[in-house]
Write a protein that binds this ligand. Structure first.
Ligand SMILES: [Zn+2]
Length: 355
């Protein structure tokens, strides 16, 4: 229905005094007439601008230069606006936003903060719950996949003779039986290949020692310390957490950036997450705490682990330093200044002093 004439009741204020008078606004296609009973004012249609409707709150019609008229006659006013007789002000909500920009800015800030918090704390928390909830079958399947991936950067079969392997394996498995009974732990030895001196804990409980790590140890107590640390990673399912966490971030990034190649990068990065030195600081500290408990209960001094850690980081430092870097002095003390490693060594040494 086309509505071009209307009689609106409401209140008029002239914009100069705070007084408002009850009035009637008569509008048709030719113009508008405001009637307060005492006086009548004629307006051209161009002088009228109606604010947008917000529910049933009283609406303002601005009378250009001559104050405002407030009415609750929504249906009639809507008719005038939709038929184009009275101009509508669509900037109603924008106006509100402008006048509440502090709130808007604060909301955006809150949103960013919330998203960041979810990223920093939420994802690791979800990954932890998911990792602990997964049944052993799943972890075994993930392990088979990750072992395949890891074998590609490891250097193949161990050069250690079978007797030496059995000797170390027997000692480690006895320790695992005592501290984590029922956990299906297996001990494997491999040539380190690209990983060099390292130890890895796969999700299913397979713990891999590289020949280079065994060679680097000054005695078997140091290796027992490393084993206890890796056992901590298995007990707390760190590798699985790391993989899930990395996947969530990659998947989120893929969704966000619409990047289909992200799936491939998840698989490509899996071996890197499994290498022991790629764990986050929190996970390393958790595994260190576990190692400390195991070592103390076995009567091993904590320095067997911290000195091994020191030698291990030094070995990696020398390995990765290029000739140019050696000449220029760049990367000097990278590992000793690396917060995670130096913090871990300091923690172990502090505990030793407390004993
Ligand atoms: Zn570790």
């Amino acid at each position: 229905m086309r509505q071009s004439a209307a009689r609106l009741t409401g209140a008029y204020s002239d914009g100069q005094s705070s007084q408002s008078l009850s009035a009637v606004l008569l509008v048709d296609a030719t113009g508008a007439r405001l009637d307060t009973g005492e006086r009548q004012i004629i307006f051209a249609l161009e002088d009228l601008a109606a604010e947008s409707r917000i529910g049933n709150t009283p609406r303002v019609i601005r009378l250009n230069g001559s104050g405002r008229f407030v009415t609750r006659d929504h249906d009639q006013l809507d008719g005038l606006v939709t038929s184009g007789v009275v101009m509508g002000e669509n900037k109603g909500w924008i106006h509100r936003l402008e006048s509440h920009w502090h709130t808007v800015l604060l909301s955006i800030f809150g949103l960013i903060l919330g998203a960041s918090a979810a990223f920093v704390w939420g994802i690791p928390a979800v990954a932890k719950v998911a990792a602990m909830a997964l049944p052993h079958d799943t972890t075994a399947a993930v392990s088979r996949l990750s072992l395949d991936a890891v074998e590609q950067i490891l250097g193949g079969d161990s050069a250690l003779d079978a007797e030496r392997q059995d000797e170390l394996r027997a000692r480690f498995l006895e320790s695992a039986d005592t501290h984590a009974p029922g956990l299906p732990v297996q001990v494997e030895f491999r040539d380190g290949g690209l990983l060099g001196a390292n130890a890895l804990a796969l999700p299913d409980g397979t713990i891999i020692f590289t020949d280079e790590l065994v060679a680097l140890a000054e005695n078997d107590n140091e290796l027992a310390g490393v084993f206890a640390h890796e056992l901590g990673h298995v007990v707390h399912r760190h590798s699985l957490r790391q993989i899930i966490q990395g996947s969530i971030i990659s998947i989120a990034a893929a969704v966000y950036f619409g990047d289909a190649t992200a799936g491939a990068s998840i698989l490509a990065a899996a071996p890197v997450w499994l290498a022991d030195m790629a764990y986050s600081r929190d996970l390393e500290l958790e595994a260190d705490d576990y190692a400390y408990e195991v070592m103390t209960s076995e009567g091993l001094a904590p320095h067997h682990f911290s000195s091994m850690l020191e030698r291990l980081t030094a070995a990696h430092y020398n390995e990765v330093e290029t000739e140019t870097e050696k000449e220029s002095g760049e990367r000097k003390d990278y590992f000793s200044s690396h917060p995670a490693t130096s913090e871990r060594i300091a923690r172990f040494e502090a505990r030793e002093r407390q004993k």
